[in-house]
Ligand binder design. Structure first.
Ligand code: 26Q
Length: 754
């Protein structure tokens, strides 16, 4: 059946014709037609099947990307145009699934797209959070968290009717499996994202994100990363994790049996990927299930080790999960003795307490368990992997020299260029043909266009149009006006001290004071931020308050506002990113060197013709190597310097304040009467004090270099031809960061699926 007939049938079921239907109804009908078509398609098959376990899948809206992958985009655009609407309008009726938080979750979503697009057999396994992470409200100058319900009566979720029984300490809880189909790009493959859920999910809290954390059976799938400031919250996270991995492990063994294989053959036919430590309990759970099926502990541990692989996404100590053994005994008593036996086995292999699974205080180190009992461990950018091997995980790297590899992250160019920036995609295709759509490395064919004036003009025109569209979106979505002829300087990512939004805020203050003194820039600058702060992360929320206060101060000041604007985008998510990234001139990637494992928005901005202003951290290092010095703005201390400063413990922010009067003036302005009149005094004072007393991520150390390189970058922007050249090189060299390349490497070195 052709797609138009499917669409008309879906509308007829709703008692409508296309002419009668509004955008929301058309959205529902398109969703049904697309989902039903996908249900008739076959998943990929291979020698081994991958199960990608992740606490987060930040998939974004799905209608456009599914239609694109199914090769239906032009047809649907045509049908909608004939009826006086557009896909852009219709897709605005689609709620964005709230199943993730940041880079790790978006990476998982890009990977699912690439796995399906390469025709590989691989499904995602996660949880169906009903109220998401949270929706960010910016009322009264601070972040407030509200539930983010996204599951509507008509959704991409398919009830499979399949369920598994998860053996918790308090008794069994049924895990129901819902699927979201994942179509590959024009290749007839449809893989699946399996999301487990409780039978009777709790209703949303009326206000805020507080709820009864003790009511595990109902609230287990309410929120991603529930508040863990008390024991009930921490226990709930363990319940969530075990629920996900137990149901997923049971699914794996059931499918293995359905394929006609014995449990002992698990490693020959299955690859399990552990996305950071949240799914680590899949290791003891698989061992437990194999033992239930008659396999000895020793054999089961070997099979599981050959099956599992683990990716580390951070070197920040705070994010390395540990759980007291008594939590595991309470939540998942079936795996507690297995973890103890795994600890004993690991100890036999040597390495001592530094690499223990269970430490002397009876605390389980999830990452340690992952490294011992996975056959492959990887970091997510060259620098990150190097730091893991030579410092953070050095004892492990010595114990298992062959286990560690690098897999530099990637992004799907289907969503992040073809989907969100059609004019740029078409401009590229008009120059070099469409081979790059299947092989992003072919974007290098653009390099010979470096001297081509008409290609350059096209790049600049497309950027200006994207900025106009962003301006329109900002006006419609949050009522702010921005000037599309200003430089769009964008920092969007989770709010965290190590990412140093506070250093960017300091620049805004410095610039504000400069303009007050009459030093106006060549051209107005629009500084755009977007970020959610973890609900319990005080300093991150304080930084949001600072940025909001600055935004108001600047907007209120008639002398400054023609030259400088600061916009804080509310509730930054994938949909917002799709509007923001195509419109960026300058991509802010300013983490303290050694702290950002990779970053992935840096890659998305690059592919959309933004120029990076950044430190030599994470994948920025690889971006710099690819584009060359003239096409990136680098500043700040090197990762080696930073690691040395931490080792010696001799960084003192106070010294910077004493030695740099201009910087001190900007810093002191945080608690000036002008800002205190527009922002919460408690928040502003905490930010100020932290800068001077701690500044753990050394923002003051790099601030001066940052400001001067940023000034050079803004000055260079005025040479529009030269800037277009930089844009071209960035787009042309971005192909390396295709997640298709990343997934090919995982498959070649770790999964061996085909
Ligand atoms: C840890 C302990 C307790 C509760 C929660 C957590 C927790 C939650 C989320 C720890 C880590 C995360 C998310 C990490 C993340 O998104 N990391 C990012 O991963 C990207 C993909 O590899 C990288 O590009 C980023 O550099 C990295 O920050």
């Amino acid at each position: 059946m052709d797609f138009e007939s499917r669409l008309n049938d879906a509308l007829a079921d709703m008692g409508l014709t296309l002419d009668e239907a509004g955008d929301a109804q058309i959205f529902c009908a398109l969703l049904r037609a697309t989902r039903d078509l996908e249900l008739e398609m076959r998943p990929a098959t291979g020698e081994r099947k991958l199960y990608y376990f992740s606490a987060e899948f930040l998939v974004g809206r799905l209608l456009r990307s599914n239609l694109m992958n199914l090769g239906l985009l032009d047809e649907v655009e045509g049908i909608l145009a004939a009826h006086g609407t557009t896909l852009a309008r219709v897709e605005d009726c689609e709620p964005e699934p709230s199943l993730g938080n940041g880079g790790l979750g978006r990476l998982a979503a890009c990977f699912l797209d690439s796995i399906a697009s390469l025709g590989l057999a691989g499904d995602g396994v996660g949880l169906n959070y009903h109220y998401g992470l949270f929706r960010q409200d910016l009322a009264d100058g601070v972040q407030r968290e509200e539930p983010n319900p996204w599951i509507e009566p008509e959704s991409w979720l398919i009830d499979t009717g399949r369920s598994f029984s998860v053996p918790f300490g308090f008794g069994d809880l049924e895990a129901r499996m819902f699927d979201i189909e994942v179509p590959g790009y024009k290749n007839d493959t449809v893989n699946r994202l399996h999301l487990f859920d409780v039978p009777e999910p709790a209703a949303a809290p009326e206000h805020g994100i507080g709820f009864d954390k003790g009511d595990v059976a109902h609230s287990l799938t309410s929120f991603l990363y529930p508040d863990d400031s008390d024991e009930a919250g921490r226990l709930l996270r363990v319940y969530q994790q075990y629920f996900m991995v137990s149901a997923g492990a049971q699914l794996i063994l059931a499918e293995l049996e359905e394929r006609g294989f014995a449990p002992e053959e698990l490693d020959a036919h299955v690859a399990v990927h552990i996305n950071d430590t949240h799914p680590s309990m899949v290791i003891p759970e698989l061992v437990r299930l194999l033992m239930e099926r008659g396999v000895s502990f020793e054999d089961a541990a070997g099979i599981v080790e050959r099956t599992c692989a683990y990716t580390n996404h951070t070197i920040l100590a705070e994010a390395l999960e540990t759980w007291p053994m008594r939590f595991i005994e309470q939540v998942a008593p079936g795996i507690a003795p297995i973890i103890r036996r795994l600890d004993a086995l690991a100890r036999e292999r040597g390495g001592g307490d530094a690499v223990a699974v269970v430490d002397g205080g009876d605390v389980v180190h999830m990452a340690n368990m992952d490294v011992h009992f996975s056959h492959a461990v990887n970091g997510v950018a060259a620098l990150h992997t190097q730091i893991l091997v030579t410092s953070e995980m050095r004892p492990f790297a010595e114990l298992y020299p062959g286990k560690f590899t690098n897999k530099t992250n990637g992004i799907t160019f289907r969503r992040w260029l073809m989907g969100c920036n059609r004019p740029l995609a078409d401009h590229i295709t008009s120059a070099i043909g469409d081979a790059w759509e299947r092989d992003a490395s072919r974007l290098e064919d653009l390099l010979p266009f470096a001297g081509d004036a008409s290609f350059a003009r096209g790049l600049l025109d497309i950027k200006r149009d994207a900025k106009r569209e962003l301006a329109e979106w900002l006006r419609a979505s949050q009522g702010v006006e921005v000037d599309p002829d200003s430089v769009f300087d964008i920092q969007v990512k989770r709010m965290h001290q190590y990412k140093r939004q506070q250093m960017n805020a300091l620049y805004a203050i410095w610039k504000y004071l400069q303009i007050k003194r009459g030093n106006v820039p060549n051209r107005p600058v629009t500084m755009i931020f977007g970020a959610k702060a973890a609900p319990a992360y005080t300093l991150a929320k304080d930084t949001i308050a600072l940025l909001l206060a600055l935004s108001r101060l600047i907007a209120d000041d008639g002398q400054v506002s023609p030259w400088l604007r600061l916009v804080f985008v509310e509730n930054y998510n994938v949909t917002a990113a799709e509007h923001l990234i195509p419109a960026a001139d300058v991509s802010e990637q300013i983490s303290l060197a050694s702290k950002e494992a990779s970053g992935t928005s840096n890659m998305k901005f690059m592919a959309n013709g933004a120029v990076t202003l950044g430190t030599l951290d994470g994948a920025n290092v690889e971006i710099a190597n690819l584009v060359g010095e003239g096409n990136i703005y680098l500043f700040g201390r090197s990762s080696e310097d930073v690691i040395g400063l931490y080792d010696r413990g001799d960084y003192r922010p106070w010294d910077v304040w004493l030695s740099d009067g201009e910087l001190a003036e900007a810093l002191d302005f945080i608690v000036s009467p002008e800002l205190l009149a527009r922002g919460d005094a408690g928040c502003l004072t905490r930010v100020y004090r932290d800068f001077l007393a701690k500044d753990y991520f050394m923002a003051l150390l790099d601030a001066r270099d940052y400001a001067s390189v940023k000034e050079r970058c803004l000055a260079d922007y005025e040479d529009r031809d030269a800037w277009a050249g930089k844009m071209l090189v960035n787009v042309a060299r971005s192909g390396f960061f295709s997640s298709d390349r990343t997934i090919r490497e995982y498959d070649r070195d770790i999964w061996h699926l085909a």
